[in-house]
Design a protein around this ligand. Structure first.
Ligand code: SF4
Length: 453
Protein backbone atom coordinates (compact mmCIF):
# COMPACT_ATOMS: atom_id res chain seq x y z
CA UNK A 1 0.00 0.00 0.00
CA UNK A 2 1.44 3.36 -0.98
CA UNK A 3 0.69 6.58 0.85
CA UNK A 4 0.92 9.09 -1.97
CA UNK A 5 0.64 12.05 0.42
CA UNK A 6 4.37 11.66 1.20
CA UNK A 7 5.14 12.49 -2.45
CA UNK A 8 2.68 15.31 -3.13
CA UNK A 9 4.40 18.41 -4.45
CA UNK A 10 7.80 16.69 -4.69
CA UNK A 11 9.92 17.16 -7.79
CA UNK A 12 11.95 14.72 -9.86
CA UNK A 13 14.74 14.92 -12.38
CA UNK A 14 15.59 12.15 -14.88
CA UNK A 15 18.76 11.30 -16.74
CA UNK A 16 18.90 8.59 -19.37
CA UNK A 17 21.87 6.95 -21.04
CA UNK A 18 21.83 4.46 -23.88
CA UNK A 19 19.23 3.19 -26.30
CA UNK A 20 15.71 4.16 -27.34
CA UNK A 21 14.38 1.46 -25.06
CA UNK A 22 15.92 3.18 -22.05
CA UNK A 23 14.49 6.56 -23.09
CA UNK A 24 11.10 4.97 -23.49
CA UNK A 25 11.33 3.34 -20.06
CA UNK A 26 12.43 6.58 -18.40
CA UNK A 27 9.37 8.28 -19.73
CA UNK A 28 7.28 5.52 -18.13
CA UNK A 29 9.09 6.05 -14.82
CA UNK A 30 8.16 9.73 -15.14
CA UNK A 31 4.50 8.80 -15.61
CA UNK A 32 4.64 6.45 -12.60
CA UNK A 33 6.01 9.20 -10.37
CA UNK A 34 3.56 11.73 -11.76
CA UNK A 35 0.72 9.48 -10.61
CA UNK A 36 2.22 9.71 -7.11
CA UNK A 37 2.02 13.50 -7.32
CA UNK A 38 5.66 14.09 -8.29
CA UNK A 39 6.29 16.81 -10.84
CA UNK A 40 9.25 16.92 -13.25
CA UNK A 41 11.64 19.77 -12.40
CA UNK A 42 11.85 22.89 -14.51
CA UNK A 43 15.20 23.83 -15.97
CA UNK A 44 17.71 24.84 -13.28
CA UNK A 45 15.41 23.72 -10.46
CA UNK A 46 16.65 21.30 -7.77
CA UNK A 47 14.95 17.92 -7.53
CA UNK A 48 13.75 15.94 -4.49
CA UNK A 49 14.13 12.67 -6.42
CA UNK A 50 16.72 11.91 -9.13
CA UNK A 51 16.47 8.87 -11.36
CA UNK A 52 19.36 7.78 -13.55
CA UNK A 53 18.57 5.09 -16.14
CA UNK A 54 21.91 3.55 -17.09
CA UNK A 55 23.47 1.72 -20.02
CA UNK A 56 26.36 -0.74 -20.12
CA UNK A 57 26.94 -1.27 -23.81
CA UNK A 58 30.63 -0.29 -23.62
CA UNK A 59 33.23 0.56 -21.02
CA UNK A 60 32.74 4.20 -21.98
CA UNK A 61 29.03 3.87 -21.23
CA UNK A 62 29.81 2.53 -17.72
CA UNK A 63 32.11 5.48 -17.13
CA UNK A 64 29.47 7.96 -18.32
CA UNK A 65 26.93 6.37 -15.97
CA UNK A 66 29.18 6.87 -12.96
CA UNK A 67 29.81 10.46 -14.02
CA UNK A 68 26.09 11.12 -14.45
CA UNK A 69 25.28 9.69 -11.01
CA UNK A 70 27.94 11.84 -9.34
CA UNK A 71 26.73 14.93 -11.19
CA UNK A 72 23.11 14.35 -10.17
CA UNK A 73 24.19 13.88 -6.52
CA UNK A 74 26.27 17.07 -6.65
CA UNK A 75 23.63 19.21 -8.34
CA UNK A 76 20.75 18.05 -6.15
CA UNK A 77 21.98 18.04 -2.53
CA UNK A 78 19.76 15.94 -0.27
CA UNK A 79 17.77 14.42 -3.17
CA UNK A 80 16.75 10.76 -3.12
CA UNK A 81 18.95 9.12 -5.77
CA UNK A 82 17.65 6.05 -7.65
CA UNK A 83 19.75 4.23 -10.25
CA UNK A 84 18.34 1.60 -12.60
CA UNK A 85 19.01 0.19 -16.09
CA UNK A 86 21.63 -2.19 -17.50
CA UNK A 87 24.68 -0.94 -15.60
CA UNK A 88 22.64 -0.98 -12.38
CA UNK A 89 21.74 -4.62 -13.05
CA UNK A 90 25.27 -5.73 -13.87
CA UNK A 91 27.01 -3.81 -11.06
CA UNK A 92 24.24 -3.31 -8.48
CA UNK A 93 26.39 -3.45 -5.40
CA UNK A 94 29.22 -1.30 -6.78
CA UNK A 95 26.74 1.34 -7.99
CA UNK A 96 24.97 1.39 -4.62
CA UNK A 97 28.29 2.30 -2.97
CA UNK A 98 28.71 5.52 -4.97
CA UNK A 99 28.38 8.37 -2.43
CA UNK A 100 24.86 9.78 -2.38
CA UNK A 101 23.09 6.79 -3.98
CA UNK A 102 20.00 5.69 -2.08
CA UNK A 103 18.50 2.91 -4.15
CA UNK A 104 19.68 0.72 -7.03
CA UNK A 105 17.06 -1.31 -8.88
CA UNK A 106 17.97 -4.13 -11.25
CA UNK A 107 16.11 -5.09 -14.41
CA UNK A 108 13.53 -7.21 -12.64
CA UNK A 109 12.81 -4.67 -9.90
CA UNK A 110 12.40 -1.55 -12.01
CA UNK A 111 8.85 -2.58 -12.92
CA UNK A 112 8.03 -2.15 -9.20
CA UNK A 113 9.83 1.17 -8.91
CA UNK A 114 7.04 2.91 -7.00
CA UNK A 115 6.84 0.25 -4.29
CA UNK A 116 10.63 0.16 -3.79
CA UNK A 117 10.83 3.94 -3.78
CA UNK A 118 8.03 4.21 -1.24
CA UNK A 119 9.64 1.69 1.12
CA UNK A 120 13.11 3.24 0.91
CA UNK A 121 11.71 6.78 1.20
CA UNK A 122 9.84 5.87 4.40
CA UNK A 123 12.95 4.16 5.72
CA UNK A 124 15.07 7.26 5.08
CA UNK A 125 12.47 9.49 6.75
CA UNK A 126 12.37 7.14 9.77
CA UNK A 127 16.17 7.34 10.05
CA UNK A 128 15.97 11.11 9.89
CA UNK A 129 13.38 11.18 12.65
CA UNK A 130 15.83 9.20 14.77
CA UNK A 131 18.37 11.95 14.20
CA UNK A 132 20.38 10.28 11.43
CA UNK A 133 20.80 12.78 8.56
CA UNK A 134 21.67 10.09 5.92
CA UNK A 135 23.83 12.59 4.05
CA UNK A 136 25.68 9.94 2.06
CA UNK A 137 22.68 7.94 0.77
CA UNK A 138 21.07 4.68 1.87
CA UNK A 139 23.20 2.53 -0.47
CA UNK A 140 20.41 -0.05 -0.87
CA UNK A 141 20.26 -2.32 -3.90
CA UNK A 142 17.73 -4.80 -5.22
CA UNK A 143 18.52 -7.09 -8.11
CA UNK A 144 18.17 -10.75 -9.05
CA UNK A 145 20.27 -13.06 -11.22
CA UNK A 146 19.85 -12.86 -15.01
CA UNK A 147 17.87 -16.09 -15.19
CA UNK A 148 15.35 -14.70 -12.69
CA UNK A 149 14.61 -11.49 -14.60
CA UNK A 150 10.99 -12.08 -15.56
CA UNK A 151 9.08 -8.80 -15.34
CA UNK A 152 8.13 -6.76 -18.39
CA UNK A 153 7.71 -3.07 -17.90
CA UNK A 154 5.30 -1.78 -20.56
CA UNK A 155 6.21 1.51 -22.09
CA UNK A 156 5.06 3.72 -24.92
CA UNK A 157 6.73 7.09 -24.91
CA UNK A 158 6.48 10.19 -26.97
CA UNK A 159 9.88 10.80 -28.54
CA UNK A 160 10.79 13.88 -30.54
CA UNK A 161 7.29 15.39 -30.20
CA UNK A 162 6.08 13.42 -33.23
CA UNK A 163 7.04 9.76 -32.92
CA UNK A 164 6.06 7.31 -30.24
CA UNK A 165 8.32 4.47 -29.14
CA UNK A 166 6.38 1.35 -28.24
CA UNK A 167 8.30 -1.30 -26.35
CA UNK A 168 7.12 -4.64 -27.69
CA UNK A 169 9.78 -6.97 -26.29
CA UNK A 170 12.61 -7.10 -23.76
CA UNK A 171 15.65 -9.34 -23.17
CA UNK A 172 17.49 -11.66 -25.53
CA UNK A 173 18.23 -15.39 -25.78
CA UNK A 174 21.13 -15.09 -28.22
CA UNK A 175 24.22 -14.44 -26.09
CA UNK A 176 26.52 -13.21 -28.88
CA UNK A 177 30.08 -13.53 -27.57
CA UNK A 178 30.76 -9.78 -27.34
CA UNK A 179 27.48 -8.68 -25.76
CA UNK A 180 26.38 -8.16 -22.16
CA UNK A 181 22.80 -7.16 -22.90
CA UNK A 182 21.25 -10.58 -22.15
CA UNK A 183 23.02 -10.52 -18.75
CA UNK A 184 21.65 -7.06 -18.07
CA UNK A 185 18.11 -7.49 -19.41
CA UNK A 186 17.47 -11.21 -19.03
CA UNK A 187 15.87 -13.67 -21.43
CA UNK A 188 13.40 -12.65 -24.11
CA UNK A 189 9.85 -11.85 -23.04
CA UNK A 190 6.95 -9.80 -24.35
CA UNK A 191 3.43 -8.72 -23.47
CA UNK A 192 0.30 -9.81 -25.38
CA UNK A 193 -0.58 -8.46 -28.79
CA UNK A 194 -3.90 -7.21 -27.37
CA UNK A 195 -2.14 -5.02 -24.79
CA UNK A 196 0.22 -3.57 -27.39
CA UNK A 197 -2.66 -2.76 -29.73
CA UNK A 198 -4.31 -0.95 -26.83
CA UNK A 199 -1.16 1.14 -26.24
CA UNK A 200 -1.00 2.00 -29.95
CA UNK A 201 -4.68 3.04 -29.89
CA UNK A 202 -3.96 5.26 -26.90
CA UNK A 203 -1.06 6.91 -28.79
CA UNK A 204 -3.40 7.49 -31.75
CA UNK A 205 -5.98 9.09 -29.43
CA UNK A 206 -3.28 11.47 -28.19
CA UNK A 207 -2.65 12.52 -31.79
CA UNK A 208 0.34 10.27 -32.49
CA UNK A 209 0.84 9.47 -36.15
CA UNK A 210 4.01 7.40 -36.11
CA UNK A 211 5.11 4.57 -33.84
CA UNK A 212 8.54 2.92 -33.74
CA UNK A 213 8.47 -0.64 -32.38
CA UNK A 214 11.38 -1.09 -29.97
CA UNK A 215 12.87 -4.01 -28.07
CA UNK A 216 16.18 -5.78 -27.55
CA UNK A 217 15.68 -8.66 -30.00
CA UNK A 218 12.24 -7.97 -31.44
CA UNK A 219 12.26 -11.00 -33.74
CA UNK A 220 12.07 -13.22 -30.66
CA UNK A 221 8.61 -11.79 -29.99
CA UNK A 222 6.12 -14.51 -29.12
CA UNK A 223 8.57 -17.31 -28.37
CA UNK A 224 6.87 -17.89 -25.05
CA UNK A 225 3.37 -16.64 -25.82
CA UNK A 226 2.56 -18.62 -28.98
CA UNK A 227 2.17 -15.45 -31.00
CA UNK A 228 4.53 -14.28 -33.72
CA UNK A 229 6.03 -10.94 -34.59
CA UNK A 230 4.15 -11.12 -37.89
CA UNK A 231 0.87 -11.53 -35.95
CA UNK A 232 1.77 -8.39 -34.01
CA UNK A 233 2.60 -6.45 -37.19
CA UNK A 234 -0.72 -7.46 -38.76
CA UNK A 235 -2.68 -6.45 -35.66
CA UNK A 236 -0.95 -3.06 -35.34
CA UNK A 237 -1.47 -2.38 -39.04
CA UNK A 238 -5.20 -2.17 -38.26
CA UNK A 239 -4.84 0.59 -35.65
CA UNK A 240 -6.61 3.55 -37.17
CA UNK A 241 -5.00 6.93 -36.71
CA UNK A 242 -1.44 5.59 -36.72
CA UNK A 243 -0.25 6.37 -40.22
CA UNK A 244 3.26 5.02 -39.94
CA UNK A 245 4.96 2.17 -38.14
CA UNK A 246 8.70 1.54 -38.19
CA UNK A 247 10.56 -1.47 -36.80
CA UNK A 248 13.62 -0.33 -34.86
CA UNK A 249 15.82 -3.38 -35.55
CA UNK A 250 15.42 -7.02 -36.56
CA UNK A 251 17.99 -9.80 -36.50
CA UNK A 252 18.38 -11.07 -40.10
CA UNK A 253 17.73 -14.72 -39.22
CA UNK A 254 14.46 -13.72 -37.55
CA UNK A 255 13.31 -11.58 -40.46
CA UNK A 256 10.86 -13.99 -42.08
CA UNK A 257 10.24 -13.59 -45.81
CA UNK A 258 6.48 -13.49 -45.03
CA UNK A 259 7.12 -10.48 -42.80
CA UNK A 260 8.99 -8.65 -45.58
CA UNK A 261 6.18 -9.49 -48.04
CA UNK A 262 3.53 -8.32 -45.57
CA UNK A 263 5.32 -4.98 -44.99
CA UNK A 264 5.53 -4.46 -48.75
CA UNK A 265 1.74 -4.42 -49.08
CA UNK A 266 0.76 -3.21 -45.60
CA UNK A 267 -1.22 -0.07 -44.86
CA UNK A 268 1.18 1.55 -42.43
CA UNK A 269 4.48 -0.36 -42.12
CA UNK A 270 7.10 1.78 -43.81
CA UNK A 271 9.68 0.64 -46.38
CA UNK A 272 12.40 1.11 -43.81
CA UNK A 273 14.47 -1.59 -42.10
CA UNK A 274 17.33 -1.65 -39.67
CA UNK A 275 19.29 -4.91 -39.66
CA UNK A 276 22.32 -5.74 -37.54
CA UNK A 277 25.05 -7.33 -39.68
CA UNK A 278 28.01 -6.72 -37.31
CA UNK A 279 30.52 -8.24 -39.76
CA UNK A 280 30.62 -9.12 -43.44
CA UNK A 281 33.14 -11.91 -42.80
CA UNK A 282 31.78 -15.40 -42.14
CA UNK A 283 34.81 -16.20 -39.98
CA UNK A 284 34.11 -13.23 -37.72
CA UNK A 285 30.38 -13.96 -37.61
CA UNK A 286 31.25 -17.44 -36.33
CA UNK A 287 33.51 -15.97 -33.63
CA UNK A 288 30.69 -13.65 -32.63
CA UNK A 289 28.23 -16.58 -32.46
CA UNK A 290 25.83 -14.76 -34.72
CA UNK A 291 22.99 -16.88 -36.06
CA UNK A 292 23.48 -16.35 -39.81
CA UNK A 293 26.11 -16.07 -42.48
CA UNK A 294 26.71 -13.45 -45.15
CA UNK A 295 24.75 -15.37 -47.75
CA UNK A 296 21.58 -15.32 -45.61
CA UNK A 297 22.10 -11.62 -44.97
CA UNK A 298 22.52 -10.87 -48.69
CA UNK A 299 19.36 -12.89 -49.46
CA UNK A 300 17.34 -10.77 -47.02
CA UNK A 301 18.58 -7.54 -48.59
CA UNK A 302 17.77 -8.84 -52.10
CA UNK A 303 14.32 -9.89 -50.99
CA UNK A 304 13.54 -6.51 -49.42
CA UNK A 305 14.75 -4.66 -52.50
CA UNK A 306 12.82 -6.97 -54.81
CA UNK A 307 9.46 -6.24 -53.15
CA UNK A 308 10.27 -2.70 -51.89
CA UNK A 309 12.81 -1.14 -54.29
CA UNK A 310 12.52 2.19 -52.43
CA UNK A 311 13.25 0.74 -49.00
CA UNK A 312 15.79 2.46 -46.77
CA UNK A 313 18.01 -0.17 -45.14
CA UNK A 314 20.20 0.75 -42.18
CA UNK A 315 22.85 -1.77 -41.12
CA UNK A 316 24.79 -2.09 -37.84
CA UNK A 317 28.45 -2.96 -38.19
CA UNK A 318 30.91 -3.58 -35.38
CA UNK A 319 34.59 -2.97 -36.12
CA UNK A 320 37.70 -4.27 -34.47
CA UNK A 321 36.19 -7.09 -32.46
CA UNK A 322 38.60 -9.74 -31.27
CA UNK A 323 39.55 -12.07 -34.11
CA UNK A 324 38.93 -9.50 -36.88
CA UNK A 325 42.25 -9.94 -38.69
CA UNK A 326 43.01 -7.41 -41.48
CA UNK A 327 41.98 -9.87 -44.21
CA UNK A 328 38.63 -10.49 -42.49
CA UNK A 329 37.99 -6.77 -42.27
CA UNK A 330 38.76 -6.38 -45.99
CA UNK A 331 36.35 -9.22 -46.76
CA UNK A 332 33.74 -7.54 -44.58
CA UNK A 333 34.27 -4.17 -46.25
CA UNK A 334 33.89 -5.64 -49.75
CA UNK A 335 30.76 -7.54 -48.75
CA UNK A 336 29.14 -4.41 -47.29
CA UNK A 337 30.16 -2.39 -50.35
CA UNK A 338 28.39 -4.92 -52.57
CA UNK A 339 25.12 -4.65 -50.66
CA UNK A 340 22.28 -2.38 -51.74
CA UNK A 341 21.93 -0.78 -48.31
CA UNK A 342 21.48 2.87 -47.38
CA UNK A 343 23.32 3.65 -44.18
CA UNK A 344 25.83 2.03 -41.83
CA UNK A 345 25.80 2.43 -38.06
CA UNK A 346 29.39 1.76 -37.13
CA UNK A 347 30.36 0.76 -33.58
CA UNK A 348 33.91 0.09 -32.42
CA UNK A 349 34.19 -3.12 -30.39
CA UNK A 350 34.56 -2.60 -26.66
CA UNK A 351 35.80 -5.28 -24.26
CA UNK A 352 33.15 -6.26 -21.74
CA UNK A 353 33.97 -8.16 -18.54
CA UNK A 354 32.43 -11.62 -18.39
CA UNK A 355 31.93 -12.03 -22.15
CA UNK A 356 33.21 -15.07 -24.07
CA UNK A 357 34.83 -12.82 -26.68
CA UNK A 358 37.64 -12.21 -24.19
CA UNK A 359 38.92 -15.74 -24.81
CA UNK A 360 39.61 -14.95 -28.51
CA UNK A 361 43.36 -14.25 -28.67
CA UNK A 362 43.63 -11.85 -31.66
CA UNK A 363 43.19 -8.24 -30.47
CA UNK A 364 42.72 -5.25 -32.81
CA UNK A 365 44.55 -2.09 -31.78
CA UNK A 366 42.61 1.11 -31.05
CA UNK A 367 44.44 2.75 -33.95
CA UNK A 368 43.22 0.10 -36.41
CA UNK A 369 39.69 0.27 -35.00
CA UNK A 370 39.66 4.01 -35.75
CA UNK A 371 40.95 3.52 -39.30
CA UNK A 372 38.38 0.80 -40.01
CA UNK A 373 35.55 2.90 -38.56
CA UNK A 374 36.61 5.82 -40.71
CA UNK A 375 36.55 3.76 -43.91
CA UNK A 376 33.13 2.35 -43.13
CA UNK A 377 31.70 5.74 -42.22
CA UNK A 378 32.94 7.09 -45.54
CA UNK A 379 31.31 4.17 -47.35
CA UNK A 380 28.12 4.88 -45.41
CA UNK A 381 28.11 8.54 -46.53
CA UNK A 382 28.56 7.49 -50.15
CA UNK A 383 25.69 5.03 -49.96
CA UNK A 384 23.35 7.45 -48.17
CA UNK A 385 24.06 10.29 -50.59
CA UNK A 386 23.57 8.05 -53.61
CA UNK A 387 20.23 6.92 -52.15
CA UNK A 388 19.06 10.47 -51.41
CA UNK A 389 20.18 11.73 -54.83
CA UNK A 390 17.80 9.30 -56.56
CA UNK A 391 14.83 11.13 -55.03
CA UNK A 392 15.79 14.72 -55.88
CA UNK A 393 12.97 16.18 -57.97
CA UNK A 394 10.40 13.59 -56.84
CA UNK A 395 7.31 14.12 -54.71
CA UNK A 396 7.16 12.55 -51.26
CA UNK A 397 4.95 12.55 -48.21
CA UNK A 398 6.81 13.93 -45.17
CA UNK A 399 5.79 13.79 -41.52
CA UNK A 400 7.11 17.08 -40.14
CA UNK A 401 8.30 17.35 -36.56
CA UNK A 402 7.31 20.24 -34.38
CA UNK A 403 9.96 22.97 -34.49
CA UNK A 404 10.59 26.29 -32.83
CA UNK A 405 9.12 29.06 -34.93
CA UNK A 406 11.53 30.95 -37.10
CA UNK A 407 13.63 27.80 -37.55
CA UNK A 408 13.77 25.21 -40.34
CA UNK A 409 11.48 22.20 -39.85
CA UNK A 410 12.55 18.60 -40.36
CA UNK A 411 10.75 15.39 -41.08
CA UNK A 412 11.08 12.05 -42.82
CA UNK A 413 9.61 10.54 -45.96
CA UNK A 414 8.03 7.10 -45.84
CA UNK A 415 11.42 5.61 -46.77
CA UNK A 416 13.24 7.61 -44.10
CA UNK A 417 14.83 10.36 -46.18
CA UNK A 418 15.38 13.36 -43.92
CA UNK A 419 13.75 16.46 -45.35
CA UNK A 420 14.31 20.07 -44.38
CA UNK A 421 11.67 22.74 -44.78
CA UNK A 422 13.51 26.09 -44.86
CA UNK A 423 12.47 28.50 -42.09
CA UNK A 424 10.88 30.86 -44.62
CA UNK A 425 8.41 28.14 -45.68
CA UNK A 426 7.89 26.52 -42.25
CA UNK A 427 4.44 26.97 -40.71
CA UNK A 428 2.87 26.01 -37.41
CA UNK A 429 0.17 24.03 -39.22
CA UNK A 430 2.85 21.63 -40.53
CA UNK A 431 3.67 20.43 -36.98
CA UNK A 432 3.10 16.67 -36.76
CA UNK A 433 1.38 16.69 -40.16
CA UNK A 434 1.90 14.60 -43.27
CA UNK A 435 2.58 16.99 -46.11
CA UNK A 436 3.38 16.11 -49.71
CA UNK A 437 6.36 18.11 -50.95
CA UNK A 438 8.71 18.11 -53.88
CA UNK A 439 12.21 17.04 -52.83
CA UNK A 440 14.89 19.55 -53.79
CA UNK A 441 18.66 19.44 -53.54
CA UNK A 442 20.76 18.65 -50.46
CA UNK A 443 20.72 21.16 -47.59
CA UNK A 444 23.85 23.01 -46.41
CA UNK A 445 25.44 20.10 -44.50
CA UNK A 446 24.07 17.38 -46.82
CA UNK A 447 22.11 15.77 -43.96
CA UNK A 448 18.71 16.28 -45.64
CA UNK A 449 16.97 17.16 -48.88
CA UNK A 450 15.29 20.54 -49.06
CA UNK A 451 11.50 20.58 -49.33
CA UNK A 452 9.87 22.66 -52.06
CA UNK A 453 6.17 23.38 -51.90
S1 SF4 B 1 21.21 -10.47 -30.48
FE1 SF4 B 1 23.33 -10.57 -29.78
S2 SF4 B 1 24.00 -8.44 -29.87
FE2 SF4 B 1 21.78 -8.37 -29.91
S3 SF4 B 1 21.19 -8.15 -27.74
FE3 SF4 B 1 21.15 -10.33 -28.21
S4 SF4 B 1 23.18 -11.03 -27.59
FE4 SF4 B 1 23.32 -8.80 -27.76
Amino acid sequence: MIDTSAFQGKTASYYTLGCKLNFSETSTFGEMLQELGVRTVDRGERADICLINTCSVTEVADHKCRQAIRRMVRENPGAFIIVTGCYAQLESEAVSKIPGVDLVLGSNEKAHLVQYLNDAWLHRNALREQGDEVTDGLHAFQSVKTKDIKTFQPSCSKGNRTRYFLKVQDGCNYFCTYCTIPFARGFSRNPSIASLVQQAEQAAEEGGKEIVLTGVNIGEFGERTDETFLDLVKALDQVEGIRRFRISSLEPDLMADELIDYCAQSRAFMPHFHIPLQSGSDEVLKLMHRHYDTSLFADKIHHIKEVMPHAFIGVDVMVGCRGEKPEYFEESYEFIRSLDVTQLHVFPYSERPGTRALSIPYVVSEHDKKLRSKRLLQLSDEKTHAFYAKYVGQEAEVLFEKANRGRAMHGFTRNYIRVEMPAALAKEEFDNQLITVKLGDFNHDRSALKAMI
